[in-house]
Design a protein. Structure first.
Length: 366
């Protein structure tokens, strides 16, 4: 099996810097598994910290002549749209590079375009194969748990149902909860507090449960025994490749994260994201749209309207980021088959672990 390295952890834990140092050591390319940094033009608030010296390349990989794909552009927002799925199995294109390491997963779609875990899975599988074809190591880095598990647990996502979504969008939070509880009580009882209070996620769970209701009859009443999504339409989808995965998770306490989170919030506010918020609002998205629910935008909107003070903005934004980090830590603490790294990370120990992993694989020692 081909190797895939995963570097995961909560927000502000130093995932990307560690992944970049390992990419230099092990001839790797990075794939960001972040559900908000995919959006073009949303850079400051989402914490899209592109490493110094990296430029954007608009590229649809060409298997035979990769040098023909080097169409350099310093402004990814100037690239309109992306290659649509379902046409010759294309994926969004473009990556950042310093000529040695490629960084995929940033600036894939505009805020007005659809993006979700199913599209990420399809995108990431294509990029992983492309990285392997160049004899390099794919390094998945991020904190969006479902994105990571879509690659390791062989999830099969049912397709969106636009008609059902239109019907559900007018329902209140309580109505969505009641509908899912009636439709699929096992799924509803398995939701954490964050998911059960999130209209967008409730809508998606209803959509999944409505796809093939006869398949929701789980023999077990213990939702924790149900691994991942049900395999809807399994005969109609391509099997997800099995990888030899080494999953390294940055283990850092919430108490140590909080000052880092607050400092990042203050730095982002100092970068003046006013124009970024105006750009996002120009798409006239609903409050439930994934792009607009990115942490910070709602609080910034209230701040720029004079409804809250700067200190209140910092406190509210920091609290939201802290709560998100707590949910991430809870998610990762429930996962099996990962190696937890104490922070600050001992890079030499991480290198030793990866060399040991390589030595045990069929792809050879590095």
């Amino acid at each position: 099996m081909d190797p895939v390295l995963i570097i995961s952890g909560p927000t502000a834990s130093g995932k990307t810097s560690l992944a970049l140092s390992l990419a230099k050591k092990f001839n790797g390319d990075l794939i960001s598994a972040d559900s908000r940094q995919v959006y073009k033009g949303l850079d400051i608030v989402t914490g899209k910290d592109i490493p110094e010296g990296f430029n954007f390349y608009h590229d649809q990989p060409h298997a035979c002549h990769p040098e023909r794909n080097e169409m350099k552009s310093r402004d990814p927002s100037s690239q309109k749209g992306f290659l649509r799925y379902g046409r010759n199995d294309n994926v969004p294109d473009g990556y950042y590079s310093n000529s040695q390491i490629r960084l995929y997963g940033y600036d894939l779609v505009t805020p007005g375009e659809e993006w979700n875990a199913a599209l990420f899975q399809k995108y990431a599988l294509k990029i992983i194969a492309e990285i392997h074809s160049r004899g390099r190591l794919p390094i998945i880095v991020g904190g969006t748990g479902l994105y990571l598990r879509s690659l390791t647990d062989q999830y099969a996502f049912p397709p969106p149902n636009p008609k059902l979504r239109h019907e559900l969008e007018s329902l209140s939070l309580i109505q969505l909860q009641e509908k899912l509880q009636t439709l699929d009580p096992v799924r509803f009882s398995s939701l954490n507090n964050s998911d059960s209070q999130n209209p967008r996620r409730l809508l998606r769970h209803i959509e999944i449960s409505s796809c093939h209701p006869e398949r929701n009859e789980m023999k077990s009443r213990d939702p924790s025994s149900q691994k991942g999504f049900l395999r809807y339409g399994r005969n109609d989808i391509k099997p997800i490749p099995h990888y030899d995965v080494l999953h390294l998770n940055l283990n850092i306490s919430l108490e140590r994260l909080e000052p880092k989170i607050r400092a990042r919030v203050i730095a982002r506010l100092a970068a003046d994201p006013r124009d970024e918020l105006k750009y996002l609002k120009s798409f006239h998205l609903s409050d439930r749209h994934p792009a607009f629910t990115s942490l910070g935008y709602h609080h910034l909107d209230r701040f720029y309207q004079g409804k809250i003070t700067r200190d209140q903005l910092i406190d509210l934004w920091t609290t939201a980021e802290r709560q998100y980090a707590k949910r991430q830590l809870t998610w990762f603490n429930k996962l099996e088959h990962l190696t937890r790294l104490k922070t600050p990370v001992d890079t030499s120990e991480v290198v030793r672990l990866i060399k040991l992993w390589y030595s045990q694989g069929k792809y050879g020692k590095k």
